[in-house]
Write a protein that binds this ligand. Structure first.
Ligand SMILES: Cc1cc2nc3c(=O)[nH]c(=O)nc-3n(C[C@H](O)[C@H](O)[C@H](O)COP(=O)(O)OP(=O)(O)OC[C@H]3O[C@@H](n4cnc5c(N)ncnc54)[C@H](O)[C@@H]3O)c2cc1C
Length: 377
């Protein structure tokens, strides 16, 4: 499955990631699912391999790659059958630390970027609250001026990497107007900041998810990330990167599910012949493969548009809606063709099916994405 956007060096990157998944992830993923998080040394090994800072500046240890190369990384990683591992990494590389990359000043980048890229400092981004998810601007956490610094109060919910991160990019209201929101850098050991609860989930079991509590968290002026009151707009900008990464998860998962199922139906017999010999089965798989290939090309087109500096909010919203729904159609059908075995915890397709569900909800639910598309016509 090639694309006009692919370069020879992308094949090298794909091979490197495939080897990492084979040797460092797939044999241990079950254990991580049981313990509820990915061990830190695995992330450090990804850092050592140069895979945690592909799109960040080389001045801080990054690789200065473009959005297409970064997408190749996200898609190749998403071939893992342990999406909890995948989201742990992609929140760090594509959803949280891009806030520092896009809005951080030189001192902030100097302080944090090298250890982020090395995998020594793991990051999380905290927007969602119990009363505000899709409607980000309805958040209630707030930061009040205190001399030249700030006092932060409130709570956040459903925060990926929230339990085990070292560094948090937290959105809080800094004024009464709807969009007067700012971003803050909060180190884990800051007094008043705590992990309230570790949350139990349907899928993504090896990804830790937390409720965060902020009680009179005193922050110096150096904690403000980007301009005061501009946090809502930087959240919206970073959500474009995040949504392309979530699309990569959906496409990577769909490709893996289809491959697992093609293998299965070529081995499994029913009514005296292979499942593959049932026309309805092979035609449905062929159609799902066609849809996946088409969505994949659109995904690479979106990443290419990013490299051209185009405004792509409408396309990325379409992509997020399309791939979040498609992956659920794919895994549901693939699980069906695995029969009873597809319902067993030991079968990777069962895990892919559970893990795919969130891709139509998190990072912008399908309905919310379609509204973003519609209002731009
Ligand atoms: C496992 C997991 C990890 C997450 N990680 C993070 C993280 O790291 N950081 C972070 O900040 N957040 C995170 N989230 C939050 C996630 O992005 C939100 O859950 C998501 O945006 C939906 O918000 P909500 O849950 O408040 O749903 P609501 O906003 O209450 O919406 C509920 C449902 O209503 C429908 N709906 C909402 N608005 C509309 C509309 N305008 N039109 C039509 N239908 C609509 C949709 O179907 C939606 O699913 C995570 C969530 C989960 C479950």
């Amino acid at each position: 499955m090639n694309s006009i956007y692919h370069q020879p060096e992308h094949a090298v990157l794909r091979d490197q990631i495939a080897r990492f998944l084979r040797d460092e992830v797939e044999p241990f993923g079950m254990k991580w699912e049981q313990q509820g998080y990915v061990p830190r040394d695995v992330l450090q090994r990804l850092g050592k391999a140069g895979l945690l800072g592909l799109m960040f500046e080389s001045a801080y240890g990054g690789a200065d790659c473009d959005a297409i190369t970064n997408l190749v990384f996200a898609e190749a990683l998403s071939q893992s059958t342990f999406a909890g591992f995948v989201i742990t990494v992609l929140v760090h590389t594509d959803m949280a630390s891009p806030h520092l990359h896009h809005a951080g000043n030189a001192a902030q980048k100097q302080r944090y970027m090298p250890s982020i890229i090395a995998g020594d400092c793991i990051t999380a981004v905290a927007m969602t609250e119990s009363g505000s998810g899709s409607d980000v601007a309805a958040m209630r956490s707030h930061a009040k001026r205190d001399g030249d610094g700030w006092v932060l109060n409130g709570s956040k919910l459903f925060i990926t990497n929230g339990v085990h991160a070292n560094l948090y990019f937290i959105a809080a209201r800094t004024g009464p107007a709807k969009h007067e929101i700012s971003m803050f850098i909060v180190e884990k050991n800051t007094p008043g900041f705590s992990v309230g609860r570790s949350l139990d989930k349907t899928g993504w079991l090896s990804s830790d998810t937390a409720e965060l509590v902020m009680e009179n968290v005193r922050l110096g002026p150096e904690a403000l990330l980007g301009e005061e009151h501009q946090g809502f707009y930087s959240l919206m900008k970073n959500l474009q990167t995040e949504r392309i990464a979530l699309a990569a998860m959906a496409i990577g998962c769909s490709m893996r599910a289809l491959q697992l199922t093609l293998d299965y139906v070529h081995e499994r017999q029913a009514f005296g012949k292979l499942l593959w010999d049932q026309q309805t089965i092979r035609q449905r798989l062929a159609m799902l493969d066609a849809k996946t290939r088409a969505a994949r090309q659109f995904m690479y087109h979106c990443a290419w548009s990013v490299t051209q500096g185009h405004d792509i909010v409408q396309e990325v919203s379409m992509l997020k809606a399309l791939t979040g729904e498609l992956v659920n159609e794919v895994v549901q059908t693939c699980q069906q063709f695995h029969g009873g075995m597809g319902y067993m915890r030991e079968a990777p397709i069962e895990r892919l099916w559970r893990d795919a569900r969130i891709l139509a909800i998190g990072g912008g639910a399908t309905e919310v994405m379609l509204e973003e598309v519609a209002k731009r016509y």
